[in-house]
Design a binder for this molecule. Structure first.
Ligand code: ZN
Length: 265
């Protein structure tokens, strides 16, 4: 796979990325991780570190995963959901016109991602201090902001701008207009994963957009793995280790047989 953005190494964007093959061991590691309660940016770093086999041609250390821009991390999390077979699903939305609920099929594999700008991962921005270069925010910035626990959104914007400034801002202050310009320019420079899909209401025919969470599969991972272990252990008397050692395809086939009412005992 190729990352929409990539990691800059010696002036070249490295975009190659590969997930580990799907096995019970990977499922279990991810299920255990997703059961831990911690801030989302830290969680995403931990999950990608476990799920990736290689990142930009190297082993996926936490440090390298933090270097990925936010758009790449969201893209990877969505691809991971597809890789694990957990992502395509139905969402229930409510029509803004007639207020009727309806189901929308979401195929995350088909959701578009906008390419980054030519200067990625940098953007030159006109500020009250003159033209300054900033790099787009990455996972490390997200984790640092989480740790900072900024009291307000403005405080978070200032902290982020300082972290992302290529030449240190030192004691120089940024105006509210600067912060707005920086925020807009960095967003435009970043690759972006679509977080909304168009849907047509079957009752009145009006079209609207439905939001799709790039991290949605996180909440289903643990439940799906544990439910498979429970169902197959009850039906066949296998141990947890035996069930997790099954290739995903065979585990799913057994799950289908059990739910089809086959009496295994
Ligand atoms: Zn409607």
């Amino acid at each position: 796979m190729r990352l929409p953005g990539g990691i800059l190494r010696e002036g070249v964007l490295q975009r190659d990325v590969r997930f580990r093959p799907v096995t019970g061991a990977l499922d279990l590691e991810l299920a255990e991780l997703s059961a831990v309660d911690r801030p989302l940016p830290t969680q995403v770093t931990a999950i990608l570190q476990v799920a990736l086999e290689s990142l930009a041609g190297e082993p996926p250390s936490a440090e390298r995963v933090r270097e990925l821009c936010v758009g790449d991390r969201q893209w990877l999390m969505r691809r991971l959901g597809v890789h694990l077979g957990l992502a395509a699903s139905w969402l229930t939305a409510r029509c803004p016109d007639c207020d009727e609920p309806f189901d929308v099929f979401v195929d995350p594999d088909a959701l578009p991602a906008r390419s980054p700008s030519a200067g990625f991962p940098f953007a030159e921005i006109e500020t009250s201090l003159g033209a300054r270069r900033f790099r787009v925010p990455n996972g490390g910035d997200q984790e640092a902001l989480e740790d900072l626990g900024a009291a307000s959104e403005d405080e978070a914007y200032v902290a982020l701008a300082r972290r992302c400034a290529v030449e240190p801002l030192d004691g120089h202050g940024l105006s509210a207009e600067d912060l707005e310009a920086i925020d807009e320019a960095l967003e435009a420079a970043s690759p972006e994963v679509a977080q909304e899909i168009g849907a047509t209401c079957p009752s009145c025919g009006s079209t609207s957009s439905v939001s799709v969470d790039p991290y949605a599969f996180l909440s289903t991972t643990t439940a799906a793995v544990l439910s498979a272990v429970h169902t197959l252990a009850s039906a066949y008397g296998w141990s947890e280790a035996e069930i997790l050692a099954l290739p995903r395809v065979r585990r799913d086939l057994y799950m289908e047989m059990v739910s089809a009412g086959g009496d295994a005992s």
